[in-house]
Design a protein around this ligand. Structure first.
Ligand code: AMP
Length: 590
C-alpha cells in the first residue's frame, strides 16, 4: 500500500488516477477474486466499485484475523449503561458465534439477497446478527432498537424481511421497555408478514416465545457453523434508513467491496488506527456511525471495538476509555457538551492511551472543540458525514504527516479520497452555497436507494446536470481546500434578501459562557421576509433578560446589526432526532 507523504499527493492521486489509487487501496482487503477494475459505470447510470471481484465482508472482518493470529485478541467489548452488564468476545469466539448464528439463519430459510431486519439495542448480539447476514449474503437492515410499533411496521413493509430479530427488551435510561408489544403492534400494522422472528432473551425482561413464529437467539447460535459465502463486490451488504433530517427516511443500500475498501482505508488514513488499536464509538449501532465505526471498520482493520448501550453517560465513557486503553474516541458534539456540563475536574479527561478524539453528526461550535482539547489534552477534530456516504466526506488525516497544527483546526477538514466537493452559490459572487459532490462518488457511498424490492439510482440526490450528488448542506471551501459547514440548505435564513445560515449565528451564541446549547431558526417577518429566533438552553440559572441583551449585542457586533437577532427563547432542552441531531423544524411549530 502506498504510504502517502502529503495530503495533496494522496487526494490528487485519488482524483487524477482513480483506478490506480483504489486498486492500491483494495489491497487492504482479502478477495477471493481480486479486482482488476476499480470503478465501472452501471447500465442504469450509477456506478459499481470493483465489479466482478469476489469477497466476503464477514470473512474480512472476522475469520482472516483468526487465521492471521489475532484469535485471542478482543474483537468487541460491550458495556450497558442501563444494566451495567459487560461482555467481551475475542475474534475466535466471534467467529464461532457468527458462524453458528449464520447456520441458524439458514435453518430458517434465509438465503443470499434476503433481507433480515434487526431491531435491537447496541449489543454484541446485534453485531453478531449483522456479521452473520454478511456471512451468508443476506442483507441486514438494522433499525433503531427503540422504535415504536408503527415505525417498525413501516420499515418491515419497506424492506420485506424474511426474518425479524429483536431483543426481549430495550432500555430508556434504566427502565426496561418490553419488545413483545412493540413487535406485535408492528406486525399487526404491517401488510407484509415475515417468516420468523428471533428473540434475544435479556435477563431484565424475558419475552414469551410465540410457537411457530419465534425462535431463541442463543439456541440458533448453537446451529452447525456455516462458511462465508463469496459474493460479488457489488452485491448489497446492508440497507440503512436515513435519520429523516432531510425529509422522509430512505433506505440507503451499501455494497460489499467498495464499503470494505473505503472503511479499511479510512481507518489508516483518517483515524490513524491499525491492528491492535482500540476504537470506541459512542454511537448506537442503528446509526451509520455505529455500522461503520462500531462494527465494520474496526473489525476489518483488526482493532478492538468498544460499543455501549445507552449513550450520554460521561462517567461510563471515561471509565471505558481508561479500562480498555482506548486509542480513538468517536463521539458527537452533544456528548461533548454533556461532558462539559458534567466535568468537575479539568484533568479528568486526560488519559494516557487516548491519542485523538473525533466528532461528527451535527454542528460543533469552535468554543466546544477548544474546551474538548483542553479537557482531553489531545487533538479533537470535527469531520463531516452522511448516512448516504457511509464514511466521512471531509476529514483530518492522521495517517499522513500533516503540516497543519491539527489541534487548532475547527473546520470539518479537507475532502477525503475520491470526494470532489463543489460549491453552488445562490448568487454568482457569493463564496457560500450548497455543497455538491462530483460523480462518481468514491467507494463506500450509497450503491442505490431501496424501493420496491430492488435498489435504484438515487435520482432525488442528483442535480439537474446529473453529474453531481447534492448533499443539501451549505458551506464554503477556503484557499487551503478546507471545507466550512454552514448547516442544512433549508436552515439558511434570508433577512431582507441577505442570506445567513443559522449555524453562523449559533457559533456566536454558543461562545457565551451562559449557553449550554442553542439553535437558530427563521420565522416570517412582515418587513424583512424572515428574521432569526434563537432557542437557548442555559448552562446554569441566569438572568434571562440581561443574557438576551448580551447575546444580541455579540451577534450584532460579530455579524452586523442587519441580522437583527432580538428574540431569544430560553428552553430546558432542544428537540432532537433519535440520533441526537437538533430538529430545528420542530422548534418552528412549538
Ligand atoms: P445523517 O445522515 O443522519 O448522519 O445526517 C447527515 C447530516 O448531518 C449532514 O448532511 C449534515 O447536515 C450533518 N452533519 C454531519 N456531520 C456534521 C459536522 N461535522 N458538522 C455539521 N453538520 C454535520
Amino acid at each position: 500500500m502506498i504510504p502517502w507523504a502529503t495530503y495533496e499527493a494522496m487526494h490528487g492521486a485519488s482524483i487524477n488516477q482513480p483506478e490506480a489509487f483504489w486498486l492500491d487501496a483494495a489491497r487492504r482487503i482479502t478477495w477471493k477474486q481480486a479486482p482488476v477494475t476499480a470503478c465501472q459505470p452501471r447500465a442504469d447510470g450509477w456506478h459499481d466499485w470493483f465489479p466482478d471481484a469476489t469477497l466476503n465482508t464477514c470473512y474480512n472482518a472476522v475469520d482472516r484475523h483468526v487465521e492471521g493470529g489475532l484469535g485471542e485478541q478482543a474483537a468487541l467489548i460491550w458495556y450497558s449503561c442501563a444494566t451495567k452488564e459487560r461482555q467481551a468476545v475475542t475474534y475466535r469466539e466471534l467467529q464461532g458465534r457468527v458462524a453458528g448464528f449464520s447456520g441458524g439463519l439458514r435453518s430458517l430459510g434465509v438465503k443470499k439477497g434476503d433481507r433480515v431486519l434487526i431491531a435491537m439495542p447496541t449489543m454484541i448480539e446485534t453485531a453478531i446478527a449483522m456479521l452473520a447476514c454478511a456471512r451468508i449474503g443476506a442483507v441486514h437492515v438494522v433499525v433503531f432498537g427503540g422504535y415504536a410499533g408503527p415505525e417498525l411496521g413501516r420499515r418491515i413493509d419497506d424492506v420485506t424481511p424474511k426474518v425479524v430479530i429483536v431483543a426481549s427488551c430495550s432500555f430508556q435510561r434504566q427502565t426496561a421497555i418490553p419488545s413483545a408489544p412493540v413487535l406485535h403492534e408492528a406486525l399487526a400494522g404491517a401488510t407484509y408478514r415475515p417468516q420468523a422472528c428471533i428473540i434475544l432473551q435479556r435477563a431484565a425482561c424475558p419475552a414469551p416465545l410465540l410457537p411457530g413464529r419465534d425462535h431463541d437467539f442463543h439456541l440458533l447460535e448453537q446451529s452447525a457453523p456455516v462458511e462465508p459465502l463469496m459474493l460479488r463486490s457489488e452485491d448489497p451488504l446492508y440497507i440503512l434508513h436515513t435519520s429523516g433530517t432531510a425529509g422522509a427516511a430512505k433506505g440507503i443500500v451499501r455494497d460489499n467491496g467498495g464499503h470494505a475498501v473505503a472503511l479499511a482505508l479510512s481507518m489508516a488514513l483518517i483515524y490513524g488506527c491499525g491492528t491492535g488499536d482500540t476504537f470506541f464509538t459512542t454511537s448506537d449501532l442503528g446509526w451509520v456511525v455505529g455500522h461503520s465505526y462500531g462494527v465494520y471498520a474496526p473489525l476489518l482493520s483488526g482493532c478492538t471495538s468498544v460499543i455501549m448501550e445507552g449513550g450520554e453517560n460521561t462517567a461510563s465513557i471515561r471509565a471505558l476509555c481508561l479500562e480498555h486503553a482506548v486509542t480513538c474516541l468517536f463521539t458527537t458534539p452533544t456528548q461533548v457538551r454533556l461532558m462539559r456540563q458534567e466535568s468537575r475536574n479539568p484533568a479528568e479527561g486526560v488519559m494516557s492511551t487516548l491519542a485523538r478524539v473525533f466528532v461528527a453528526g451535527e454542528y460543533a461550535d469552535p468554543t466546544l472543540l477548544d474546551w474538548a482539547r483542553s479537557y482531553f489534552q489531545r487533538p479533537v477534530v470535527n469531520h463531516w458525514w452522511q448516512t448516504e456516504t457511509g464514511w466521512s466526506i471531509t476529514a483530518h488525516f492522521f495517517g499522513i504527516p500533516e503540516p497543519e497544527p491539527i489541534t487548532l483546526v475547527n473546520d470539518i477538514g479537507r475532502p477525503a479520497p475520491g470526494f470532489r466537493p463543489v460549491i453552488v452559490p445562490s448568487t454568482p459572487d457569493e463564496p457560500c452555497g450548497e455543497i455538491v459532490l462530483a460523480l462518481p462518488l468514491p467507494p463506500g457511498c450509497l450503491a442505490g436507494v431501496w424501493k420496491d424490492k430492488a435498489f435504484h439510482v438515487p435520482v432525488g440526490y442528483l442535480d439537474d446536470s446529473g453529474k453531481y450528488y447534492r448533499t443539501f448542506d451549505e458551506g464554503m471551501i477556503d484557499a487551503g481546500y478546507a471545507v466550512h459547514m454552514l448547516g442544512r440548505s433549508d436552515d439558511v435564513i434570508k433577512v431582507a434578501g441577505r442570506r445567513i445560515s443559522g449555524v453562523q449565528i449559533e457559533k456566536i451564541i454558543a461562545a457565551h459562557p451562559a449557553v449550554h446549547a442553542c439553535a437558530v431558526v427563521a420565522v416570517p417577518d412582515e418587513l424583512r421576509g424572515q428574521r432569526p429566533v434563537a432557542y437557548v438552553v442555559p448552562a446554569f440559572v441566569l438572568d434571562c433578560a440581561s443574557v438576551s441583551k448580551e447575546i444580541s449585542r455579540h451577534v450584532d457586533h460579530a455579524l452586523g446589526r442587519w441580522v437583527g437577532l432580538r428574540e431569544i427563547r430560553f428552553v430546558d432542552r432542544l428537540p432532537t432526532t433519535r440520533s441526537g441531531k437538533i430538529t430545528r423544524k420542530k422548534l418552528l411549530v412549538s
